[in-house]
Design a protein. Structure first.
Ligand SMILES: C[S@@+](CC[C@H](N)C(=O)[O-])C[C@H]1O[C@@H](n2cnc3c(N)ncnc32)[C@H](O)[C@@H]1O
Length: 244
């Protein structure tokens, strides 16, 4: 998928049943997510993230956080309890419109549509924390690389990034992305669809090092309904330098 197609796809996906598009629990399809249950999952996931940071011995300042691929703000709202300000960034204007409606902290949590294949509109060394969950997996690998590089650029010295990617397993590693997209397009009969793109773990590790990041912790596990074909990779990365 090229960048324009990606943006159109996610804007269309966010128009209807957006909570299910974010969390594809089969029991919740058809606008069956309750708002409080949906946002409670974000509170739990962010609590888990901070337990992992603590276990990895990574401390963070309670300053500014960026939630990349924020969708409806499920994680941004939870981050608001831990940071003074949160910027939620997403490619989809329909997701961002609804995130603004759900925003419980409009003075501290701001949402932005970012319709570009990098984060150049956000200033260097301006965040204490950059987080991204279940987002990069939906972005073509050549763009994933640009965003990950920018995560490191956006962090203040001493800042921390926590993000997730997926890598393909077994036979799935040998299917090129353009072939998988073609099959998905055919199966969805021209309707928007949720794409998935694996990137080998070693490639992400090399990218982190090349961008000047220090990998503090890495873990992997099966990826939900795609568990047989994809594995989740989780990275805790710091930007060297004293906290400022
Ligand atoms: C599965 S949802 C996850 C939303 C949120 N991270 C959460 O966990 O609740 C994936 C989100 O990534 C966004 N996304 C996809 N490609 C993107 C890109 N290139 N830049 C920013 N956001 C993107 C989609 O619009 C969608 O809101």
């Amino acid at each position: 998928m090229n960048f324009d197609e990606t943006q159109k796809n996610w804007t269309a996906l966010g128009e209807d049943d957006a909570m299910w598009v974010v969390l594809t629990d089969p029991d919740k399809k058809g606008n069956r997510w309750k708002r409080e249950d949906f946002f409670a999952t974000g509170q739990r996931e962010i609590a888990d993230v901070f337990i992992k940071l603590q276990k990895a011995g990574v401390t963070h300042l309670p300053g500014c956080a960026l939630d990349f691929g924020c969708g409806l703000g499920r994680l941004s709202q939870a981050l608001a309890a831990r940071f003074e300000t949160v910027d939620g960034v997403d490619i989809s204007s329909s997701m961002i419109r609804q995130a603004m409606e759900f925003n419980q902290f409009p003075d501290r949590v701001k949402y932005h549509v970012n319709a570009r294949a990098d984060l150049a509109d956000f200033p260097t060394a301006s965040y204490d924390f950059v987080g991204s969950l279940i987002v990069l997996q939906h972005i073509p690998p050549r763009f994933q690389e640009k965003y990950i590089r920018d995560f490191l650029r956006l962090l203040k010295p001493g800042g921390v990034a926590y993000f997730q990617t997926v890598h393909a397993r077994g036979w799935r590693r040998f299917i090129p992305h353009f072939v998988a997209d073609f099959i998905r397009q055919r199966r969805s009969h021209g309707q928007p669809f949720i794409p998935l793109y694996g990137v080998p773990t070693e490639q992400v590790r090399r990218l982190i090092a090349a961008a000047g990041g220090e990998l503090k912790h890495y873990e992997n596990c099966g990826h939900g309904e795609w568990g047989a074909r994809y594995f989740n990779d989780y990275f805790i990365v710091t930007k060297p330098g004293a906290k400022i």
